[in-house]
Write a protein that binds this ligand. Structure first.
Ligand code: NOJ
Length: 540
C-alpha cells in the first residue's frame, strides 16, 4: 500500500446498518462488514468509508452521536471494530470512519448536563431564536423548560456544538486520536462547513421555507465561515503525526468551487466531496462543465478532486437518471465516466448492483427524521443490500431487515450477478480492475455534440454518448469495456479481418475485452446512453 493512496483511491461507502447483518436483528453490524470484506476486496476497491456506528439513539441513522468513543451495541463492540479493521488491512483495504463534529445527540452527556444548566455554553443557547431553519425542515431552534432556545441545524435531537468553546475543540482532537490509535486510515468529516456560525447569529432574512433550497448556492451565516478553517489547521498536524497517510475528506457545501477548494490543502483536509458531479444532469454540457471546473480547482490547490454519484442522502443515480432500463443504462455509463476520471471516486454500497431508489416504502417503515418534518425521505437509498436468495431480505442476515427490500430484487443480488456476463457487478469489477492501470492528466478529444471523449495520459480513452441514438466515434483503440450491450459486428466478421461491417449484421451483445469493433467508416458505433473505454495506448 503506497503513500498518497487516497489520490486515486476508489472508496466504497458502507452504510453499516444496511450492509450485512450478522446476528439476525435486521440491522447491519460490524461483524457483518467483517464477514463481507472479501467481497469488497474482489470488487476491487481500495478503501471503505463506514458511516457512524457509535453509540447513538439512531434518530438520524447514527449522525446523532451519544458517545464518540464507543460502538453502539446494535453494531457490535470495540473488539468487533478492531477485528474488522485488522482483517481489512490484511486484505489491503483502508478504512475511513465518519466524524460528526457539528452536533451531538441530545443523549450525549454534555447535552444532558447542559439541560441541567451545567456547561451550557458548549452548545448554542439563546434567550430568543433567530430566523434560521433546520435542514430537515422547520425552525432550527427548540425551547427548553427554562425558556431558553438551543440551535440545531438538523433534527431537534442533534444540538449544534459551540466551537468557540475550548472544551469542544479539545474533545474532538482527542476523538481523532482515539480512532487513529485504533488504526483508522482517515475520517469523513460530517457537515465540515457548519461548525462556525457568523458572530451574533444574524438573521438570514429569507422567506420561511426557503433556506434549505438555498443550501450550497447562497451564503448562509451558519455555513462556510472563514474561521472554520482554523479547526482543520489544528486537525492536520494530528493526522500527520501518525504513520502512513491518514486523511480527512470534507462533506462540505460551498457557494463556489473556489470556496470549496479552500478546505483542501497541505495544512487542512486532503479532499472534499464534489457534489457538483452528483448534481450534474444527463447532458454532455453539464458533465463537461463540472469536470472542467473541478479539475481546474483541484489543480490550484494541488490536490486530486473526488467524484461521487450516489450516497446515503441522495436518490440513487439509476433513479435520478430516469429509473428503469434507461436509468440503469445511464447509471452504468456515468459510472464508467466517473471511474475514468483522474482523482478518487466514492462509490455507495449497492450501486455496483445497479440498485434503484426504492420509491414505494410504506410511510410507517420510513425512519429518516427529515421525513416527519418535510415529507421527503432518504430511506429509499438505504434499503439493505441483497446478497443472495430469491426472497427478501436476500441474505442480508438471518432475520429480517430494518427496511423491506422489494420483491423484485432477486435478480439484482450479489449471487445472481456474480459471474453473469454483462451484469452491473461484473462491469464494476472490470472497471475497477482496469482503472488501476490508468494515470495522468485528461485531454478532451474532438467529438460531436452530446458525446464526451477524453484520453488519460496512460492511454485509456473514455467516450460517453449522452444522446438517445447511437453515434459513430473514431476507433481510439481496442474496446476495453462498454457500459451497455452494443450493436456489434458478429465475431465471425471480426475474425475474418473485415474492417467495414454493414449495420444489418450487427446484433446486441457485450464487446469482448480488447475486441476491435469497427463500423463501415472504420469507426465504432457507440450506442445510446453508453460509455466505452478504449485502449488508446494501442493506437498512440
Ligand atoms: C450529513 C449526513 O450525510 C446526513 O446523513 C446527516 O443527516 C447530516 N449530515 C447530519 O449529520
Amino acid at each position: 500500500m503506497s503513500d498518497s493512496w487516497w489520490r486515486s483511491a476508489a472508496v466504497y461507502q458502507v452504510y453499516v446498518r444496511s450492509f450485512a447483518d450478522s446476528d439476525g436483528d435486521g440491522i447491519g453490524d460490524l461483524r457483518g462488514v467483517r464477514n463481507r470484506l472479501p467481497y469488497l476486496r474482489d470488487l476491487g476497491v481500495d478503501a471503505l468509508w463506514l458511516t457512524p456506528f457509535y453509540r447513538s439513539p439512531m434518530i438520524d441513522g447514527g449522525y446523532d452521536v451519544a458517545d464518540y468513543r464507543d460502538v453502539d451495541p446494535m453494531f457490535g463492540t470495540l473488539a468487533d471494530f478492531d477485528a474488522m479493521i485488522a482483517d481489512a488491512h490484511a486484505l489491503g483495504l483502508r478504512v475511513i470512519v465518519d466524524i460528526v463534529p457539528n452536533h451531538t445527540s441530545d443523549a450525549h452527556p454534555w447535552f444532558v448536563s447542559a439541560l441541567a444548566g451545567v456547561d451550557r455554553d458548549r452548545y448554542i443557547f439563546r434567550d430568543r431564536p433567530n430566523d434560521w431553519e433546520s435542514i430537515f425542515g422547520g425552525p432550527a431552534w427548540t425551547q427548553v423548560a427554562d425558556g431558553q432556545w438551543y440551535l440545531h441545524l438538523f433534527d431537534p435531537s442533534q444540538p449544534d456544538l459551540n466551537w468557540e468553546h475550548p472544551d469542544v475543540r479539545a474533545e474532538f482532537e482527542d476523538v481523532l486520536r482515539f480512532w487513529l490509535d485504533r488504526g483508522v486510515d482517515g475520517f469523513r468529516v460530517d457537515v465540515a462547513h457548519g461548525m462556525i456560525k457568523a458572530a451574533g447569529l444574524p438573521d438570514v432574512g429569507f422567506m420561511p421555507g426557503r433556506q434549505v433550497e438555498l443550501l450550497g448556492r447562497g451564503r448562509l451565516p451558519y455555513f462556510d465561515q472563514d474561521e472554520v478553517h482554523e479547526i482543520y489547521r489544528a486537525w492536520r498536524p494530528i493526522l500527520d503525526s501518525y504513520p502512513g497517510e491518514r486523511i480527512a475528506v470534507a462533506e462540505a457545501w460551498a457557494e463556489t468551487p473556489q470556496r470549496l477548494a479552500r478546505y483542501v490543502g497541505p495544512d487542512e483536509l486532503h479532499q472534499a466531496f464534489n457534489f457538483d458531479f452528483l448534481d450534474a444532469t444527463w447532458s454532455a454540457d453539464s458533465f463537461r462543465k463540472v469536470i472542467d471546473s473541478s479539475l481546474a480547482e483541484a489543480a490550484i490547490v494541488g490536490a486530486p478532486t473526488t467524484w461521487v454519484l450516489s450516497n446515503h442522502d441522495k436518490p440513487r443515480h439509476v433513479t435520478r437518471y430516469g429509473d428503469g432500463d434507461v436509468g440503469l443504462r445511464r447509471a452504468r455509463a456515468a459510472t464508467l465516466l466517473m471511474l475514468a476520471l483522474p482523482g478518487s471516486a466514492y462509490l455507495y454500497q449497492g450501486e455496483e448492483l445497479g440498485l434503484p431508489e426504492v420509491l414505494d416504502l410504506p410511510d410507517e417503515v420510513r425512519q429518516d427524521p427529515a421525513f416527519l418534518r418535510t415529507g421527503l425521505s432518504r430511506d429509499g437509498c438505504r434499503v439493505p443490500l441483497p446478497w443472495d436468495g430469491t426472497a427478501p431480505p436476500y441474505g442480508f442476515g438471518p432475520g429480517g431487515s430494518w427496511l423491506p427490500a422489494p420483491p423484485s430484487w432477486a435478480g439484482l443480488s450479489v449471487a445472481a450477478q456474480t459471474g453473469a456476463p454483462g451484469s452491473t457487478l461484473e462491469l464494476y469489477r472490470a472497471a475497477l480492475r482496469l482503472r488501476r492501470t490508468t494515470a495522468g492528466d485528461l485531454t478532451w478529444l474532438q467529438t460531436e455534440p452530446d458525446v464526451l471523449a477524453f484520453r488519460r495520459a496512460s492511454g485509456l480513452v473514455c467516450a460517453v454518448n449522452l444522446t438517445s441514438s447511437p453515434v459513430h466515434v473514431p476507433a481510439w483503440g481496442p474496446v476495453l469495456l462498454a457500459s451497455s450491450p452494443a450493436p456489434l459486428p458478429p465475431l465471425s466478421a471480426v475474425d475474418q479481418g473485415q474492417t467495414a461491417v454493414d449495420g444489418s449484421l450487427f446484433r446486441d451483445r457485450m464487446p469482448l475485452i480488447g475486441e476491435e469493433i469497427l463500423d463501415r467508416r472504420g469507426g465504432v458505433v457507440l450506442p445510446a446512453d453508453t460509455a466505452m473505454w478504449f485502449d488508446g495506448a494501442a493506437t498512440g
